[in-house]
Design a protein around this ligand. Sequence first.
Ligand code: HEC
Length: 156
Amino acid sequence: MRKHCFFTASWLTLMVVGHAMAEDRPFSSDTPQLEDGKRVYRQYCASCHGTQGEGMPNWEEQNALGELPAPPHGPEGHTWKHSDAMLYRIIAEGWRDSWNKTDRLTMPAYQEVLAPSEIRDVVNYLKTLWTQEQRRHQADESIENPFPIQTGIPPE
Ligand code: HEC
């Protein structure tokens, strides 16, 4: 009986550790986090970047205001060229092209709106829009430039 309990406990520990490790993976499909990322994308990003991440028309040229429109997030864009650290920063702090003729952040800052975990989730969702090759390249870039480590945040 005691032996049985020991095995049950070990098995439970393995399950918990395994789950924690799975959450550390930079990219994985069909996880609840990915569903959360998609939800965040639909709610906060799709209005500018398109429901399928297709971006705005003529996104490579400045519009009448002299601003670059929202780019696509799929293979044709350059979202995949940024590391996890950079993508996190763009979304948290906002962004504008330095050649824009206005000073405003055309890409709004989300650090007051989204939790750090939601920013990571939405980035991981964007990864599903890339080719395998792009994902691999971006994963390599992110080894040296990972998501910021959060401290003092309650467990998700
Ligand atoms: C109000 C419109 C708008 C919304 C909403 C918006 N963005 Fe953006 N985003 C932009 C614009 C415009 C740019 C291009 C900025 C530039 O380079 O001048 C951009 C750029 C980006 C980039 C950099 C892409 C690249 O090719 O370098 C990322 C990543 C990004 N947005 C992610 C998001 C995410 C994730 C959300 C939702 C949480 C979001 N954006 C919501 C307008 C928006």
